[in-house]
Write a protein that binds this ligand. Structure first.
Ligand SMILES: [Zn+2]
Ligand SMILES: [Zn+2]
Length: 303
């Protein structure tokens, strides 16, 4: 399963009751932080899932609302006692931006490993998630991220017992490796059942609509897109600033048919984002607005 928490849901400027958009992603006790605007560390503290367990920081782009919280975050990780390396992923310019931000956080008890991602799609993995970074259309290099969690095939314990496979070796077989039992090789396919669908979700804010969002996010469990502007009269502004309306995000979801669409990254001009939700619901009914501190869990279906 995958735990997600929206640490903040604001765009551009933090507000007294709306922190800047950032997502905490947790799988099996390890975590990824996605974007780190000013004050993101406060949201992490409030959540209580921890700093030390964060193995990777993923940045979408280098507008201040997505990265100005990095020095404070790095220092909070140090204070929490992290000594293991931290991987930081981001678009072209990452090395320069992080070295600039590091001027005010020069001493860290753990190494940083920077991964500057190209303008094309790129694949990597962290905390057991397969991740695809893909280019967005925001006027400057900006990335969306698609995450998937593989699920092992179901295991047939009856079959394993009948083949006299000792219990400690069941996991080895389920992970796809053969084992030796009483001089005979037992193959994974003898005890593994059918393949099972994993979990996947997509995150893309700060962009005009791009085909990669619907291609990668096709039938995923969850899409997280931006709700920067509400009304249609904001369309010229959305074009000018490379953002999307509620309705435009919902249209992408309608094409890709995820299990659910959650909107975040709301403009400061939207006092209550919920008021604009009907515009998205008219296009894609399984839509809701994120709120600061909102958590949810993506679970494998029973079978
Ligand atoms: Zn932004
Ligand atoms: Zn931006």
């Amino acid at each position: 399963m995958i735990d997600l928490c929206f640490l903040g849901t604001g765009g551009s400027i933090p507000m007294p009751d709306r922190a800047l958009a950032s997502l905490y992603i947790r799988v099996g006790g390890k975590a990824i932080l996605l974007d780190c605007g000013e004050g993101t560390q406060i949201g992490i503290m409030r959540l209580g899932w921890g700093f030390r367990c964060i193995d990777a920081l993923l940045l979408t782009h280098f507008h201040a609302d997505h990265c100005s919280g990095v020095p404070g975050f790095l220092l909070a990780m140090a204070k929490a006692g992290r000594t293991e390396p931290l991987d930081i992923y981001g678009p072209v310019g990452l090395t320069q931006v992080i070295s600039g931000l590091r001027v005010i956080a020069p001493q860290l008890p753990y190494p940083l490993r920077l991964h500057e991602l190209s303008r094309e799609r790129s694949n990597f993995s962290a905390i057991g998630l397969q991740i695809t970074a893909f280019p967005l259309n925001h006027g400057i290099p900006c990335l969306g991220y698609f995450f998937s969690l593989h699920r092992l095939p179901a295991f047939d314990p009856e079959k394993a017992r009948s083949l006299h496979v000792p219990l400690p070796l069941w996991k080895v077989l389920q992970h796809g490796e053969s084992v030796e039992v009483g001089g005979r090789t037992v193959l994974p396919e003898e005890v593994r059942k059918e393949e099972r669908k994993g979990l996947s979700f997509l995150y893309a804010t700060d962009t005009r609509p791009v085909p990669d969002i619907t291609e990668l996010g096709k039938n995923c469990d969850l899409m997280i897109l931006e709700g920067m502007y509400g009304d249609d009269d904001k369309l010229p502004q959305a074009h000018k600033n490379h953002h999307m309306l509620f309705r435009e995000s919902a249209a992408l979801a309608s094409q890709a048919q995820p299990g659910e669409l959650i909107l975040t990254h709301f403009s400061t001009s939207l006092e209550g984002p919920e008021a604009y939700l009907p515009q998205a619901l008219a296009v894609f009914p399984h839509t809701r607005c994120a709120t600061d501190g909102m958590c949810l869990t993506l679970r494998f279906p029973e079978r």
